[in-house]
Design a protein around this ligand. Structure first.
Ligand code: GN1
Ligand code: MG
Length: 360
């Protein structure tokens, strides 16, 4: 089956080795190498992405725009098949695409020093900045309502209605936690109701493995572009807070290891603001810290909802996996809230750094 797909991209299967690659929970990713060449082959999860074609269309629009406005930017676009298509449909109706594996580049799965967080945040900020005059409305919503917290909350309530009694009992403390932090949903709703946040081109999945680095630890560009859609800065900054701050990630079951690293927080602020500082509006700046609460809370709700639904969305390796992930995210949220005053000071410092650099 993979042989047929590779042939469609003009590759002779016998010449290549194929290995699973990365740690994504949604798409299935393989590294294909040999013959002096190196590629990434990805099967799109079409249960999640209902219209893979929209992804391809979005990326083509953005690639063309950046080629004109920022020709030096390194954009990792998909490679065409022998018939010029960027998506290949298998006999079993699955969609595949092929990317070049960028020579000399590397990805990391864990942030060990502030420079890595700074570089990543700078790359995500740069991406949105470069597209600030691009008409976001031209892009398709590849995942409708992806970061719509109001809807995620409704889905959570529906899951509570339908869940088995055992799962409801097991998750009782976490269900209560959702309501303990109801104010996050209220703030989100107010922001949305008053249209206070500008719609921008947003990546929506800013985990560290979605940045390519060079050998000197400098960021090269962002990858995993499937969820690029119109959205709010909250998503990208918030997901960096969610995934960079703690030395232990969302898979960690020893919750004492879930902590907030203040130096990494400052690096995220400085990196993102170095690109976006001049265009964020007042409401965005005022909600910079809120972005972390928003994304951590939403991810806790999503994991918990999936647990209550019987694990139908995220891949699980053991029965309480999604519940453990939800507990982990609530621990992170509470740590973040405990540190809020300090984080506010660090953010203000970063903001004044950027303003002094730009001479304002
Ligand atoms: C999924 O597959 P991956 O790791 O890129 C999810 C994100 C979650 C993340 C949590 C399309 O991303 O929203 O934050 O898992 N992507 C989708 O690990 O649902
Ligand atoms: Mg992704």
């Amino acid at each position: 089956m993979l042989d047929r797909i590779l042939s469609r991209f003009g590759l002779t299967p016998a010449k290549y080795n194929i290995q699973p690659f990365g740690s994504g929970l949604i798409n299935y990713t393989l590294r294909v190498f040999g013959n002096g060449e190196d590629y990434i082959l990805q099967k799109i999860n079409s249960n999640v992405f209902k219209s893979p074609d929209d992804i391809a269309k979005n990326l083509a629009l953005i690639q063309a725009y950046l080629k004109q406005t920022n020709p030096g930017y390194f954009f990792v676009g998909a490679l065409p098949s022998t018939t010029g298509d960027f998506l290949i449909k298998s006999k079993t109706d699955e969609f595949y695409r092929l990317f070049p594996f960028v020579k000399g580049s590397k990805t990391i799965d864990f942030i060990s020093e502030p420079k890595e967080a700074f570089e990543a945040a700078r790359q995500f900020g740069k991406f949105t900045y470069m597209l600030k005059d691009f008409e976001a409305a031209k892009l398709h919503y590849t995942l409708a309502d992806f970061h719509n917290l109001k809807l995620r909350f409704e889905q959570f309530k529906a899951a509570c209605q339908n869940a088995s009694q055992t799962r409801l009992n097991d998750a009782a403390a976490e269900i209560k936690e959702v309501y303990n932090h109801y104010d996050i949903l209220q703030t989100y709703n107010e922001l949305m109701d008053n249209n206070q946040l500008p719609v921008r081109v947003i990546h929506h999945d800013t985990k560290i493995s979605n940045v390519l680095f060079d050998a000197a630890q400098n960021g090269l560009c962002v990858i995993d572009l499937d969820t690029i859609m119109p959205g709010y800065f909250l998503s990208d900054v918030g997901d960096m807070m969610r995934t960079y701050l703690s030395p232990a990630n969302e898979e960690e079951s020893d919750l004492s290891k879930v902590q907030i690293r203040e130096n990494i927080f400052s690096a995220i602020c400085n990196g993102y603001l170095s690109e976006m500082g001049s265009i964020l509006n007042e409401t965005e700046k005022q909600h910079f810290i809120f972005s972390g609460k928003f994304m951590i809370y939403m991810q806790a709700i999503r994991f918990l909802t999936d647990f209550l639904n019987g694990d139908i969305y995220y891949e699980v390796k053991y029965p309480e996996h999604n519940l453990t992930r939800a507990k982990n995210q609530f621990r992170l949220l509470n740590g973040y809230l405990d540190a809020e005053t300090k984080l506010g000071q660090l953010f203000n410092q970063a903001l004044s750094n950027v303003l002094s650099v730009s001479g304002n």
